[in-house]
Ligand binder design. Structure first.
Ligand code: FES
Length: 125
């Protein structure tokens, strides 16, 4: 059986072998997150409208292993885009996945690109 730590692994842009078409840009909330499914992974996708930037990370919060990060509040801390888990407010960098306010393991982050009207998330498998 695959454990959750094996399931989610940060993908660098250079490692992307599959750009998964996640949906139309208009299907995603502005300034918030949404969850998509890619194979057996749940991925949270976020759109920051002011910066016109998109980010993706595992939906699974490493604190209590709940699939909730896509429902988290997004913001910035010292210029770093972040998401706060809706359950106990652990926050994670959306660029490195690092837990910014505690000692939780990092979350996996994934590259996102926009082509035409569509959002693509990059995977390495
Ligand atoms: S489950 Fe996410 S902070 Fe506790």
């Amino acid at each position: 059986m695959t454990t959750t730590t094996e399931l989610y692994k940060t993908v660098d842009l250079a490692e992307v072998s599959t750009w998964y078409k996640a949906g139309k840009t208009t299907q995603f909330p502005v300034g918030a997150g949404a969850t998509i499914k890619y194979e057996d992974k749940q991925i949270a996708v976020f759109y920051f409208p002011r910066q016109e930037k998109w980010y993706a990370c595992q939906n699974l919060c490493p604190h209590k292993l709940e699939n909730v990060l896509g429902r988290g509040l997004i913001g910035e801390q010292d210029g770093v885009p972040k998401v706060a888990c809706p359950l106990h407010k652990k926050t994670f960098s959306l660029t490195t996945g690092e837990n910014l306010n505690g000692d939780c393991p990092a979350v996996a982050v994934y590259p996102v690109k926009i082509e035409g009207d569509y959002v693509y998330v990059g995977f390495a498998d």
